[in-house]
Design a protein around this ligand. Structure first.
Ligand code: NDP
Length: 449
C-alpha cells in the first residue's frame, strides 16, 4: 500500500485532492488485502488509482459582448469494471485535474455501492456559470459538448450534473449531443422529465442523504423527528436534504452559499425553503437575500480571516455538509463536537478533512461518508438510464421507493462489511471495503486489462 501511494505521489505530486482521497481509501482497505493476496498479485490497487482514460480539451466560447474566452474541459474515465463510466460534470473556477480525479476515484466505489451496474467517471470545466446569462451558459455548454460528444455514449460513459451543472446545463449539453450524433439516447442523466428524465432525480441526492442518516439513527434507537440540523450549501443537494429533514419532522437551522450563511433560529420551514429555492434556482441570487423576506434570520458573511466556519458553531444534533470538498476542517469538527452534534452525514463529496473524521470517531459522533450517504443521486441516475433504455417512466412513488430501498441496502452493506473486517460501526471503512471488493473482484474476473 505504501508503494501504491508513493507511486501516486511521485507521478502527480501536485494533485492534493486526489492524494487525500487515495490515502483515506488505502488506510481502510488494508484488512481486505491482508486476507486476500490475489488483489496484490494482480495489482488491483495499482490499476484502481490510475484512470483508464483522461480527456482534456479546450473550450472556447463567446460572451454576450463578443469577447472570446477559453476554458479547460475534463473527463476522467476512471474505472469501467462493473459498468459504463458514470459521474457528474462540475463547472466551477476551482476545477482542475486533481479535483476531477478525486471525484472520479470516489465515484467508482460509490457507484459500486448502489447495487447497479455503473462504472465511475467525472468531468467538468474551470468555467464559472455565476453571473453568466442563459445564452452565455448555452454557448459554453455547446462548445464543451462539441468535444466531449466523441467520448461518451449510453453504453460507454454517461455524465450527469454536479456543482454548477443542473437542469439548465444538462438541457443545453443534451441538445448539442443529440444534434452532433443525430441520436436521441440516454447519454446524460438529470434530463427534463418530458424528454427522458426521471422523476425524483433532482431530489435524489439530498433525499438519499437523509434516508441514510435515518438508517444510522435507527441503529441507535432514534429518528429524525425534532432533530436540530445544520446544513451547508444551498444548491441541489442542500435544498433536498433540507426538504427531507423537514418531511421527517426535523428542524433546519442553517444554509449557506459561497458568500456566507443564514441562521434562522425559528427554523427554515417548507414555505421558507420554497422561497430560498426560488431565490437560488430562478433568480440565481445570493442567500443573503433570504433575510430581506425573513428579517429575524441572521446573515453571516464569509470572513476570510477566520480559519473556521462559524456555521458549525450553532447548537444542533445533526450536521449535513452539502456544499463542497474540505469545508469542515479540524477546528470546525471540534466545534461540532462541542455544540453536541451526534451525527455528521456528508452530502457533498469529501467535505470533511481526515483530521475531522478522526475527531468524530474519538468523540463517538456517527459519521456517514459521502460515497455511501450521497449515492442516492447516482442511484436514481442509474434508474433514469433503465427507464430510458425501456422508453418508460416510473411514477414519483415508484422511484422514491426504489431510492429508499437502495439507501437502506447501502447502509446495511456498510454495516456488514465494517463488522466482517473488524471495524464495527465504522461506516467509512465499511463503504470503502464493500466498494473495493465489488470492483476488485470484477477486475480479477476480467483479467489484466
Ligand atoms: P450546486 O452547484 O447545486 O450547489 C453548490 C452549493 O455549494 C452552492 O450553495 C454553492 O454556493 C456552494 N459552494 C460551492 N463551492 C463552494 C465553495 N468553494 N465554498 C463555499 N460554498 C461553495 O451543487 P450540488 O448541490 O449539486 O453539489 C454540492 C456537493 O454535493 C458537491 O460536493 C457535489 O460533488 C456533491 N454531490 C452532488 C450530487 C448531485 O446529484 N448534484 C451527487 C453527489 C454528490 P454558490 O451558490 O455561492 O456557488
Amino acid at each position: 500500500m505504501e508503494q501504491v501511494l508513493a507511486t501516486v505521489l511521485q507521478r502527480d505530486p501536485e494533485q492534493q485532492e486526489f492524494h487525500q482521497a487515495v490515502t483515506e481509501f488505502l488506510e481502510t482497505v488494508k484488512p481486505v488485502l491482508d486476507r486476500h493476496p490475489e488483489y496484490r498479485n494482480f495489482a488491483v490497487l495499482e490499476r484502481l488509482v490510475e484512470p483508464e482514460r483522461m480527456i482534456m480539451f479546450r473550450v472556447p466560447w463567446m460572451d454576450d459582448r463578443g469577447r472570446v474566452h477559453v476554458n479547460r474541459g475534463y473527463r476522467v474515465e476512471m474505472n469501467s469494471a462493473i459498468g459504463p463510466y458514470k459521474g457528474g460534470l462540475r463547472f466551477h473556477p476551482s476545477v482542475n485535474l486533481s479535483v476531477i480525479k478525486f471525484l472520479a476515484f470516489e465515484q467508482v466505489f460509490k457507484n459500486a455501492l448502489t447495487t447497479l451496474s455503473l462504472g465511475g467517471g467525472k468531468g467538468g470545466a474551470d468555467f464559472d456559470p455565476r453571473d453568466r446569462s442563459d445564452t452565455e451558459v448555452m454557448r459554453f455548454c455547446q462548445s464543451f459538448m462539441s468535444e466531449l460528444f466523441r467520448h461518451i455514449g449510453e453504453d460507454t460513459d454517461v455524465p450527469a450534473g454536479d456543482i454548477g451543472v443542473s437542469g439548465r446545463e444538462i438541457g443545453f449539453l443534451f441538445g448539442m449531443y443529440k444534434k452532433l450524433q443525430n441520436k436521441f439516447t440516454g447519454v446524460l442523466t438529470g434530463k427534463g422529465v418530458s424528454w427522458g428524465g426521471s422523476l425524483i432525480r433532482p431530489e435524489a441526492t439530498g433525499y438519499g442523504v437523509v434516508y441514510f442518516a435515518s438508517e444510522m439513527l435507527t441503529l441507535i434507537g432514534q429518528t429524525m423527528e425534532c432533530k436540530h440540523c445544520l446544513i451547508s450549501g444551498s444548491g441541489n443537494v442542500a435544498q433536498y436534504t433540507a426538504e427531507k429533514v423537514l418531511q421527517l419532522g426535523g428542524r433546519v437551522l442553517t444554509m449557506s452559499d459561497s458568500s456566507g450563511y443564514i441562521f434562522d433560529e425559528e427554523g427554515i420551514d417548507i414555505a421558507k425553503l420554497e422561497h430560498l429555492k426560488e431565490l437560488k434556482n430562478v433568480e440565481r441570487g445570493r442567500i443573503e437575500k433570504y433575510c430581506q423576506r425573513y428579517p429575524h434570520a441572521e446573515y453571516v458573511p464569509v470572513d476570510p480571516d477566520l480559519d473556521y466556519n462559524p456555521l458549525w458553531q450553532h447548537e444542533a444534533d445533526c450536521a449535513f455538509p452539502a456544499a463542497t470538498q474540505n469545508e469542515i476542517n479540524a477546528k470546525d469538527a471540534q466545534h461540532l463536537v462541542e455544540v453536541g452534534v451526534k451525527l455528521v452525514c456528508e452530502g457533498a463529496n469529501m467535505p470533511c478533512v481526515p483530521e475531522a473524521i478522526s475527531l468524530f470517531a474519538e468523540n463517538d459522533v456517527l459519521f456517514g461518508p459521502a460515497k455511501a450517504a450521497n449515492a442516492g443521486g447516482v442511484a436514481v441516475s442509474g434508474l433514469e438510464m433503465a427507464q430510458d433504455a425501456m422508453r418508460l417512466s416510473w411514477t414519483r412513488d415508484e422511484v422514491d421507493t426504489r431510492l429508499r430501498s437502495i439507501m437502506e441496502k447501502i447502509h446495511q452493506t456498510c454495516v456488514d462489511a465494517a463488522a466482517y473486517y473488524g471495524h464495527p460501526g465504522d461506516y467509512l471503512a465499511g463503504a470503502n471495503i464493500a466498494g473495493f471488493v465489488k470492483v476488485g473482484n470484477a477486475m480479477l474476473d476480467q483479467g489484466v486489462v
